[in-house]
Write a protein that binds this ligand. Structure first.
Ligand code: 16G
Length: 245
């Protein structure tokens, strides 16, 4: 807001200019999702406009969804995305999960190819020595919001041509009769490193949910070993709990 007074001089309604300044502060990351807006009188004195003008600009931005007002605590920059609520009950794919919500899915390739497995991948996937893996690493995007980085490893014998995965890995697996039927998923909290934060379009140091999924075929054979980094502001995992006994 330092240069607000200079920017608000000139013609046109003042509240519209003030709106643009706030919008650009958010777009440039000066004000981040969740940040509190300075008090009305402070903005008014910084911008050299009346409090009525500030109120009008803020009200409009609240209506447009860029800002949220919480009674008693002030005005904040709205969280950028409404978190997706993901139930931890069914073994579904990202494409299926998002399609069910009517969201448009897109993936950006980070890496794909046939590689020698790491010792951990070799053990987890139950590979014999010399066996290769197919690695597919993607940024998963839903409705143009980057949601997660997913790095999947599968036996190369199951997915000899990783480039066959154009949209859904599970669809390709299903075509080959290899759709997983069971999975163990481990979720842990982490802080995003700079590179991953950039890919996910959030500030470095933001929180992530790191998910490891090991999925199995009916036969009990491990089919997929995937490590994913989900944006903590974009995802919520929900499980229904029942009293046992
Ligand atoms: C989900 C799975 C991931 C799987 C992917 C397949 C989690 C945490 N991960 O994102 O393990 O590889 O779905 O999605 O849920 P696709 O069929 O759309 O490629």
């Amino acid at each position: 807001f330092a240069d607000i007074a200079a920017q608000t001089s000139g013609g046109g309604p003042l509240y519209v200019k003030l709106k643009r300044i706030i919008e650009s502060a958010v777009a440039r990351g000066i004000l981040k999702p969740g940040d509190a807006l300075p008090p009305e009188r402070e903005i008014a004195s910084m911008a050299d406009v009346s409090r009525v003008t500030v109120r009008k600009a803020v009200q409009e931005l609240v209506k447009e969804g860029l800002l949220v007002q919480r009674h008693g605590s002030g005005t904040f920059v709205a969280p950028r995305v409404k978190p997706v609520e993901q139930y931890l009950t069914q073994l579904t794919s990202f494409t299926e999960d998002m399609a069910r919500r009517g969201m448009i899915v897109r993936s950006v390739w980070l890496d794909r190819g046939i590689y020698a497995p790491s010792p951990e991948e070799m053990v987890t996937l139950g590979l014999t020595s010399g066996e290769k893996i197919a690695r597919i690493s993607r940024l998963r995007v839903a409705n143009e919001t980057p949601m997660a980085i997913e790095r999947a490893a599968l036996a190369a014998s199951v997915l000899p041509r990783p480039e066959d995965v154009t949209t859904s890995l599970y669809a390709v697996l299903a075509d080959g009769g290899n759709r997983p039927v069971r999975a163990i998923q481990r979720i842990s909290a982490a802080i995003l490193k700079e590179n991953d934060a950039r890919i996910l379009d959030v500030q470095p140091g933001s929180a992530s949910l790191n998910i490891e999924r090991i999925s199995y075929l009916e036969s009990g054979k491990v089919i997929e070993f995937t490590r994913s980094i989900y944006r903590a502001d974009a995802y919520e995992f929900i499980a229904e709990l029942r009293l046992s006994g």
